[in-house]
Write a protein that binds this ligand. Structure first.
Ligand SMILES: Cc1ncc(C[n+]2csc(CCOP(=O)(O)OP(=O)(O)O)c2C)c(N)n1
Length: 285
């Protein structure tokens, strides 16, 4: 049995007191315990940002990569060893800004990766610039007179791009978030868990209070999680009412499922002497 104590690391998070990353970190660890995953079978990949420090503080395999790149590296890990449970984590700047191309392609491939995006609608680590999900009109350090562009809608983008498990959690709702992560990791395919994660230092608009007054749970409505059109309509709700929970789920073969070379044995466990590279070498002589 895996216990929370097994996931403890030497270092402790250095996020600001009250940061919305703490409940996400706890939820991820609780999910690993609930799924009873062996720590050596889990790998957590991140980009750059406050939230991207997460792999340092969960005692599994981990890779703190470069800005916007957790998904390509997580993809490599899944292809190299598709018996691993692969989780990617990072901020909205990381995933929906610099990494947005990777985000879209990982979803259309339906790789078996659970992707947790800590969406605080601001660049935290670099101290408060506009992010791709900052609300229109919101004034930040880099946009003192207000953001001009429309924000990215990650849920709508995920629906359009072919993700097969699309959800949104809220840092204040830890039990609910843990279940979304558990189900997302269990899901055979690309699972998005976008998390409303108040940045208590740099985002003075989208606060715990602001969200608490607006969020409601999809599972407490008659929302049909198999209906893509209904999910898209729900994804458009923001401002007055903000849905959290599972928007959409679909069963579709993953990229790895369709890759014959790893259908029986993960690449990492294939014997190198069984691979005949002689022909290839001759071709390039
Ligand atoms: C290629 C590159 N561009 C820019 C940066 C600077 N940078 C570091 S973190 C960051 C944004 C962090 O915001 P986010 O991804 O939303 O994560 P948060 O810190 O809010 O968790 C930026 C722009 C970088 N490290 N690398």
């Amino acid at each position: 049995m895996v216990e929370l104590a097994d996931l403890k690391t030497v270092g402790q998070p250095n996020w600001c007191p009250g940061c919305g990353n703490f409940p996400i970190w706890h939820s991820l660890k609780k999910a690993i315990v609930e799924l009873n995953l062996k720590t050596h079978n889990v790998a957590i990949f991140s980009g750059i940002g406050c939230s991207s420090k997460m792999p340092h503080w969960v005692n599994t395999y981990g890779f703190h990569s470069i800005h916007g790149r957790p998904l390509p590296i997580a993809t490599g890990a899944r292809l190299a060893n598709n018996s691993l449970t692969v989780v990617a984590v990072g901020g909205d700047g990381d995933g929906y800004g610099i990494g947005v191309g990777h985000f879209v392609h990982a979803m259309r491939r339906n790789l078996n990766i659970a992707y947790i995006v800590t969406n605080n609608q601001v660049y935290g680590l670099t101290t408060g610039q506009t992010s791709p999900t900052s609300d229109k009109g919101y004034a930040t350090k880099s946009t003192p007179t207000g953001v001009i562009e429309m924000p990215i809608n990650p849920i709508a983008l995920a629906i359009a791009s072919g993700a097969t498990y699309i959800s949104r959690g809220f840092s204040k709702e830890m039990k609910h978030l843990t279940k979304l992560i558990v189900d997302g990791v269990r899901h055979n395919g690309f699972a998005l868990v976008d998390v409303l994660q108040p940045c208590v230092t740099f985002n003075r608009k989208n606060t715990y209070k602001w969200f608490s007054e607006r969020v409601y749970k999809l599972e407490e409505t008659n929302h049909d999680t198999t209906n893509k059109q209904a999910a898209f309509l729900k994804s458009l709700e923001w401002n007055d009412h903000i849905p959290i929970g599972l928007f959409y789920k679909e069963i579709r073969p993953t990229y790895e499922d369709e890759l014959q070379q790893i259908a029986e044995t993960p690449l990492a466990r294939q014997k190198i002497e069984d691979i005949n590279i002689g022909t290839l070498m001759t071709e390039f002589e």
